[in-house]
Every structure is written in structure tokens, then in C-alpha cells.
Design a protein around this ligand. Structure first.
Ligand code: ADP
Ligand code: ZN
Ligand code: MG
Length: 501
């Protein structure tokens, strides 16, 4: 690597406050344009903003989860600029004392190759501001929708501690998961609930930061990676040819997989920041800070580590299960229920993890139930635990367990009741299975004869195994799938042996 790269991200998240940050308008995506507006968010002269405390609280929750300090005094500034999507001609934002300061995250995960990412990314700040409206360009006219104007926006700014598109992508993915866990943002990048600006510069090693380029408004973590990798390459080629990188703002063109110049970047002082005179300084008191701490939750990365220790799960299943908080909650509840039914914790976890990551996820998908709505899923944790317990106790075959699960969902009944009603409880009585096996031997005379003929012929071992499996399958079928396959196998072998002597 000839050059060193420096990447800093500015991530904007829409907070899930019911109303906008400085007025009482509804905050929602997808409503009829210009229906959630009022004189305050439309920037009429003479109106006064009022601060949404919930937005501050959610912002502070994110800040604390990113190990930021919440200052004793935090306030708002006006950031002046002119743009049609912002009728006040200034944005209320934070500048000198944002609500979250100097934090960090431990970024850890796998790269697409065999490598690992493990580094600390410092968080410069988290600040609260209002979003602008939305411009829709159609042919010769531009339309404006101000529903988004004034929506609570939290901006998370990192120090330039990342070095590759892959690291930045992982950062975004991890941050997205965190804010979803906290329940303060839905993380929906397509709808713009989470968007990122990516800043990147390169330089010869040891020379420090280079001239930065900002890639604006990336609405997928993949575009963050692609845009940055493209930019690192582009800047490298400029330096290779003895040129200098122009400090500017660029846009990612997702159709052409390249960045294109948008504008030369304004300097911070151009915004003429000054304290917002219509909002008081906010001095968080103990009660407020406590409400923030109380609302925090075990973060996904921590939870994943705990799952690996406590339940002896591998990294992959732990990661997959912890992807959504509601999924991880479901998993833990099911494990607890299975323990109550007498399973060892780690056995329970292994079985529940398997079910959760295959059948349950598959069915949720099929039924169109998002993990957040898993509470309305008919196969709740208790029912899954009961299935797992029946399996572990050998009372139900794997195949019938799957059928039972389907009936749990279609009939909304407990697995125990379904198994009883269908007489699906596994047959483990050897004598009963032997009886079925004798019946099969009588019906399958030719197969049985061939087996006797090739017994002991090591060259025919494969054929012998195929035929045996065939007979075992017939025994299972004869018992309606209820015979314990292991015992069925033993009985078939025993019958064969007996008929040889
Ligand atoms: P600006 O005032 O232009 O917005 P900031 O200092 O606020 O710049 O930084 C914005 C983002 O750009 C931060 O995420 C920061 O880490 C990143 N950044 C700043 N300087 C550089 C640089 N030279 N190279 C790469 N990233 C940078
Ligand atoms: Zn309003
Ligand atoms: Mg900035």
C-alpha cells in the first residue's frame, strides 16, 4: 500500500419521535406531501421553536451507547444557508456544545476475505438538528415536500479513523444495528432514515491527513464501501501523476459506479453559526440523565459476545441471532422455557438456535412477519421450547417435529396437544418396532434375500447399506413415521442376523 487512507463518517439518523424536533407536527415517512406542516416548520416569520425533549433523550441514548460524554450544558446554533428545501434559510443545529462529545466504538468483525477488522473508531460528536424538506425533480419542474422539514435528525460524526470502504461499511452496519436495538431509529436506509456522508483523504504514510473529499448522501452501506474504494483509487491515481486532490463534495453515481464532482466545499465559517436565541440552553438534570441510562439496553455486540460465552454458540449463529433485538429476545426466552422443561442450557441453546435460524426464520419469511412483530407469531418461545424438549427427550422424530411446528402455526395450538391428537409420539418400544420390522421383511422378501446373500461380502458393502436403509425406511413408514430411527435400524440388523443363523 503506497498511500495511507483516512475515512471519517457523518451519519444522519431520523429519530423515532412522534413529532418533529421544534414543533408539534407529526413525524412520519410516506404521508401525503405537505400535510405534516405548520408555520414553525415552514419557517414563517415570528414563530418560535419549542424543543422536543424526547428527541434530546433519544439523542443522548445514542451518544451514551457510543461512549460519548453528555456535557453539563448543551445548546443550539443557527447554521445559515439558503436552499429551497429549507424555508427559514437557516437550520437549527448544534455546533459549540453538541449533546454527545468524544466517544468511541470498538469496531470488530470479519472482512469479506479471511481477515478481521478490529479497531477503535473515535466519535467526535453527536448533535441534534432539524432535517430539511425533500425536493422531487420531475422533468422540467421541481416539487417540494416539507413533511420532512423539522424532523428530528441526529448527526453522528466520527474522527477519520477508518481506512477502507469495508471498515466504513461495517461501521454503518453496526451503528444501524445499535440504533435499532435502542429503538430510536428504524435504520431504513432506502427511506432515508439513516444516511451517511463519507469523507476520505489519502496521503503518503507518516504525512498525516490529506485533502479530503466528501461523498454526500449515501443511502446504503454498500454504496459507502463502493464510493470510498472508488475515491481512494481515484485520489491515488491523481497523486501518482504528481497532481493534487481538490477539496470538494462529490456524489456517488450508483448507475455508473463512480463519484462525480458536485461542488467545492464551503468552509465552516461560511455558515455564520450563532447561538439560537429562541431556545434556552439545556442543562440535563439528574432525572433526565437517569431516564437516558434507564432506557439503554445491552448492545448487539456485547450481547453477541455473551451469547458465545453463555450459550456456547459459534460466532456466526451468535451474530445472526443478535442481528435484531426482538430475535435475540425470542431466542433467550425460548432457551429459558426449554430449561424449565429440563434441558441443559447449552443443549437447549443449540437446539433453539438451529430451529430459529432455519425453520422459524423460513416460516416468518413465508408468513411475512418481521422480527419486530414476532410477538404475534403463533410459535412463541414457549411452544418452540416444548418442541425442542420433545425432540431432546426422543418423544418426537425430527420430521414430525417439523410437521408439528407447521400445525402449531396453522392451528394456533400447543405442540403437546398436536402430538397427542395425531398420535405422533415417537415409538421407542423395541418389541413394537420389531413387530413392524418383521412385517416389512415379509413384504420385502426379495430385498431381504439379497441382503442375506451378500452379507459378509465386503465388496458389496455399499449395496448392503443401501438395501438396509431402504428397509429401515419401510419400517419407519409402517409406523407412520413414529418409530425411533435408531431403534428401527437396530431391529432391522437384528432380524437379518437372526435369519442368517
Ligand atoms: P467540515 O468542517 O468540513 O465538516 P469536520 O472537521 O467537521 O469537517 O469533519 C467532517 C468529517 O470529515 C469528520 O467525519 C472527519 O472525521 C472527516 N475528516 C476531516 N478531515 C479529514 C481528512 N483530511 N481526511 C479524511 N476525513 C476527514
Ligand atoms: Zn410543524
Ligand atoms: Mg462537519
Amino acid at each position: 500500500m503506497k498511500y495511507q487512507s483516512f475515512i471519517g463518517l457523518e451519519v444522519h439518523i431520523h429519530l423515532l419521535t412522534k413529532t418533529k424536533v421544534f414543533c408539534g407536527c407529526r413525524s412520519a415517512f410516506g404521508d401525503e406531501p405537505n400535510t405534516n406542516v405548520c408555520p414553525v416548520c415552514l419557517g414563517y416569520p415570528g414563530v418560535l421553536p419549542t424543543l422536543n425533549l424526547e428527541a434530546l433523550r433519544m439523542g443522548c441514548m445514542v451518544a451514551r451507547s457510543l461512549n460519548c460524554t453528555i456535557p453539563g450544558r448543551t445548546w443550539f446554533e443557527r447554521k445559515q444557508y439558503f436552499y429551497p428545501d429549507m424555508t427559514k434559510n437557516y437550520q437549527i443545529s448544534q455546533f459549540a456544545s453538541p449533546l454527545g462529545q468524544r466517544g468511541y466504538v470498538e469496531l470488530e468483525g470479519r472482512t469479506s476475505g479471511a481477515g478481521r477488522i478490529k479497531k477503535r473508531v473515535r466519535i467526535k460528536e453527536c448533535h441534534l438538528e432539524e432535517d430539511a424538506g425533500k425536493m422531487i425533480h420531475t422533468g422540467t419542474v421541481s416539487l417540494l415536500d416539507y413533511n420532512r422539514a423539522g424532523v428530528s435528525l441526529l448527526e453522528i460524526v466520527t474522527e477519520p479513523d477508518m481506512e477502507s470502504g469495508e471498515e466504513a461499511e461495517l461501521f454503518i452496519q453496526r451503528l444501524r444495528r445499535t440504533v435499532r436495538y435502542l429503538g430510536v431509529c428504524d435504520g431504513n436506509m432506502e427511506e432515508g432514515s439513516l444516511r451517511a456522508d463519507a469523507n476520505v483523504s489519502i496521503n503518503l504514510p507518516g504525512r498525516g491527513l490529506g485533502k479530503k473529499v466528501e461523498i454526500k448522501n449515501l443511502n446504503s452501506s454498500r454504496f459507502v464501501r463502493l464510493g470510498l474504494d472508488y475515491e481512494i483509487k481515484r485520489q491515488g491515481e491523481i497523486l501518482d501523476q504528481g497532481g493534487t486532490v481538490v477539496q470538494e463534495t462529490r456524489l456517488w453515481n450508483e448507475n455508473r459506479d463512480e463519484t462525480t464532482a458536485m461542488r467545492q466545499k464551503e468552509n465552516a465559517q461560511d455558515y455564520r453559526y450563532f447561538p439560537e436565541p429562541d431556545l434556552p440552553v439545556f442543562c440535563p438534570d439528574e432525572a433526565f440523565l437517569k431516564s437516558v441510562e434507564d432506557a439503554l439496553t445491552e448492545l448487539p455486540q456485547t450481547r453477541m459476545g455473551r451469547f458465545m460465552d453463555e450459550y456456547a454458540l459459534g460466532e456466526d449463529p451468535a451474530e445472526l441471532i443478535c442481528d435484531e433485538k426482538q430475535g435475540a429476545d425470542y431466542f433467550e426466552a425460548a432457551v429459558r422455557e426449554a430449561e424449565k422443561l429440563g434441558l441443559e442450557k447449552k443443549d437447549a441453546a443449540l437446539s433453539i438456535a438451529k430451529w430459529f435460524l432455519s425453520d422459524i426464520k423460513h416460516i416468518l419469511n413465508r408468513e411475512g412477519i418481521a422480527l419486530q412483530d414476532i410477538a404475534r407469531f403463533k410459535a412463541g418461545p414457549g411452544r418452540l421450547a416444548s418442541l425442542a424438549a420433545m425432540l431432546a427427550q426422543g418423544r418426537l422424530s425430527g420430521k414430525l417435529a417439523k410437521q408439528t411446528l407447521e400445525l402449531v402455526i396453522s392451528e394456533d395450538r400447543d405442540p403437546e396437544a398436536i402430538v397427542r391428537a395425531n398420535n405422533w409420539e415417537q415409538l421407542t418400544d423395541p418389541e413394537q418396532i420389531a413387530r413392524a420390522a418383521r412385517g416389512v421383511f415379509a413384504a420385502e422378501e426379495k430385498t431381504a434375500d439379497e441382503l442375506r446373500l451378500i452379507a459378509g461380502d465386503s465388496a458389496k458393502e455399499k449395496r448392503r447399506r443401501t438395501l438396509t436403509a431402504y428397509l429401515v425406511g419401510k419400517v419407519l413408514a409402517a409406523t407412520g413415521g413414529r418409530a425411533d430411527p435408531k431403534i428401527a435400524g437396530e431391529q432391522v440388523e437384528a432380524l437379518l442376523k437372526a435369519s442368517l443363523v
